[in-house]
Design a protein around this ligand. Structure first.
Ligand code: GLN
Length: 304
């Protein structure tokens, strides 16, 4: 099967679908992004890659960064990590507070904001210069140095971070956050602001499609078992309260962000990144999910 032809067909079918969602506006700088953009990039573990549309435009990866920070922390921590963050789908929006009180400050999973804050807090224990280390990790996996924090987005999110602050302080009251909240939120907002293209993003996820090993350098990023776990978490929790629907429609582990990016992997084969900023009511890219659903349907391949 010629995957390039399949992607071209899907791109042409989905492109007229602009207007179904709206850009994230709770972070003011994200509200300024032109909604009518659409890019797709595919990278395979044997080194092939191609892209279409706005696949070379930088966008803010937002919650997709939670995959990178989790991988960085999982490299160092074993079972103890799962004492402070769960691994069950939350069934609630990504920035929800409700479960935290009756679950004693232990977030349901590492991909909702509360869980990601715990992961970043642990990352700050493990890395002396956390922001530099996050960029370095992403750059190495994307094999690209031109990946940076978008200062404008980071500042805008920092200025409107009351909800994330509330999540952090609440967990701190249960003893589940070690660092000063301002420092934690600064690292978190910066990691969310990372600017990448679909091409870079697809490449940077290949270690997860390759059982934890970077297919280009041969470096083992995660053990086979840890890569399995991270992929399982993406499948069950990668799209917040739309995770079940994403699994139903697409059948792949993946992760989204409110910048409109969506990445998914087919284990042993490839990684695919789609970007289109118009979001559905759960904060996931409408055209991103539509593209991936058509992709696994048309190529007749998923993890099932
Ligand atoms: N930076 C965003 C936030 O904390 C990330 C959310 C997302 O992409 N779902 O609200």
């Amino acid at each position: 099967m010629d995957i390039r032809k399949v992607i071209e067909k899907i791109y042409n079918e989905v492109k007229p679908m602009f207007g179904r969602g709206k850009v994230a506006d709770y972070i003011p700088a994200l509200a300024e992004v032109n909604p009518r953009q659409y890019g797709i990039a595919v990278a395979s573990i044997d080194g092939e890659s191609f892209g279409l549309g706005d696949c070379r435009t930088k966008f803010s990866i937002q919650s997709i960064s939670k995959v990178f920070t989790l991988a960085m922390v999982m490299r160092h921590l074993g079972e103890e990590l799962w004492e402070s963050v769960g691994r069950e789908p939350s069934g609630t929006p990504f920035n929800s507070l409700v479960q935290l009180e009756y679950e004693h400050g232990i977030p349901r999973n590492p991909f909702i904001n509360a869980g990601a804050l715990v992961v970043t807090d642990r990352l700050m224990n493990l890395y002396e210069r956390p922001k530099d280390s996050i960029l370095q990790f992403i750059r190495e996996n994307a094999d690209c140095d031109d990946i940076y924090f978008d200062r404008n987005i980071a500042r805008s999110e920092l200025e409107t971070s009351s909800r994330n602050m509330a999540l952090g302080y609440f967990m701190k009251s249960f003893g589940n956050i070690d660092h000063d909240m301002d420092k934690l939120i600064d690292v978190y907002c910066n990691q969310c602001s990372v600017a990448m293209t679909c091409e870079e993003l697809a490449k940077s996820f290949l270690f997860l499609a390759n059982h934890g090993e970077n297919p280009f350098t041969g470096e083992r990023i995660l053990s086979v078992s840890k890569a399995k776990r991270l992929n399982s978490l993406m499948l069950t929790c990668g799209f917040y309260d739309e995770s079940g629907d994403f699994a139903f429609r697409v059948g792949l582990p993946g992760k989204s962000g409110v910048g409109g990016g969506v990445v998914a992997i087919i284990p042993g084969k490839l990684s695919i990144a789609v970007w289109s900023p118009e979001l559905d009511s759960h904060g996931n890219s409408c055209m991103g999910i539509e593209t991936l659903e058509r992709f696994t349907t048309d190529i007749g391949t998923s993890i099932f």
